[in-house]
Write a protein of this length. Structure first.
Length: 316
């Protein structure tokens, strides 16, 4: 447990240093604040696909397909519970409008990609990362349909069939490519493997630099004086994952629940607020201050809560 705590904390500090670096570089105009869109392009088109393809190619082999498939169903079951829970919690701490929508979205969706992929791989290894990526696939369906719609206007959020075009994105395509390579046992040339490893290693620092740059666009001092951001961090980092950890423990009294199901689910749920709460508001020209402040506070408190949660998960 202590070893996992220290490993996670070190990785969190590593990531947080890059967030601070990105913030300071953009705040003092060393780099252009608008570079965040270019960094996002690199992450989505190069670094994340490389990490996903490399992981799936190595671990998604035929004899393990039956082991991985249940994670899709598991994620859907988790989402069925977490969505009404998120709606209820957001009503406790927010006012109607973009503020409430930001908190609702953030309680449903964590920073599972930019932050979660490198952290899970560093702490739990590539095999758990693979299961984690498969688990998160249904959440992408939510993000690019109902999720995006939540920030488009103040009208009631609804399923938008037009938003499905956003599902055909580089990370999802890389999952398909990685699955094909893994299932067919295709041996990639050493040069290709080296490129995948090197590009995948770039994802974490570039993603965190981008987070810092995005945060630099907002005045952050108000984040430390508004009780709502402290409450949001508590709900996101502690309350919601604790609810699900408790539910899994109760299920274990009546049925066999694999430890890795609990690990992947709670690891997904205990991460900071999703960065898309900032990205989508800016995309639709709405005020992203709430999302930026909440994201910052959850990242700060996550330096303690996430290593503790990961350490607890290793005891299961």
């Amino acid at each position: 447990m202590q070893e996992t705590f220290i490993t996670t904390l070190n990785q969190m500090l590593f990531l947080f240093v890059f967030i601070i670096a990105g913030y300071l570089l953009a705040h003092y105009n060393v780099i252009d604040k608008n570079i965040s869109s270019s960094l996002s392009g690199l992450i989505n088109w190069v670094f994340t696909p490389a990490l996903i393809i490399g992981t799936f190619a190595q671990y998604f082999v035929p004899e393990k397909v039956a082991e991985y498939a249940p994670y899709l169903i598991l994620c859907v079951a988790v989402m069925v519970i977490v969505i009404p829970l998120a709606i209820s919690l957001s009503r406790l701490i927010s006012r109607p409008g973009i503020e409430r929508r930001t908190f609702t979205y953030s309680f449903i969706i964590t920073n599972s990609g930019f932050f979660g992929y490198p952290l899970v791989e560093a702490v739990f290894g590539a095999d758990i990362l693979l299961k984690y990526v498969i688990f998160s696939i249904p959440t992408n369906f939510f993000i690019y349909t109902v999720g995006m719609g939540m920030f488009r206007s103040d009208e009631p959020a609804h399923f938008d069939i037009k938003a499905l075009k956003h599902m055909v994105n580089p990370p999802l395509i890389s999952v398909v490519v990685g699955i094909i390579i893994g299932l067919l046992n295709i041996n990639l040339p050493e040069a290709v493997n080296s490129v995948l490893v090197s590009a995948g290693d770039c994802m974490a620092p570039i993603a965190m630099l981008m987070t810092g740059v995005v945060l630099s666009k907002h005045t952050l001092k108000d984040a430390f004086t508004n009780w709502r951001y402290y409450a949001a961090s508590f709900f996101r980092l502690i309350f919601i994952p604790a609810i699900f950890l408790g539910l899994f423990m109760l299920l274990r009294l009546v049925m066999n629940v694999p430890s890795e199901w609990i690990l992947v689910s709670v690891a997904f749920l205990c991460l900071p607020l999703g960065l898309n709460a900032v990205v989508f508001t800016e995309y639709y020209h709405r005020d992203g201050t709430v999302g930026a402040h909440a994201n910052l506070m959850s990242n700060i408190f996550g330096l303690i809560t996430i290593p503790l949660t990961f350490a607890i998960l290793t005891l299961l």
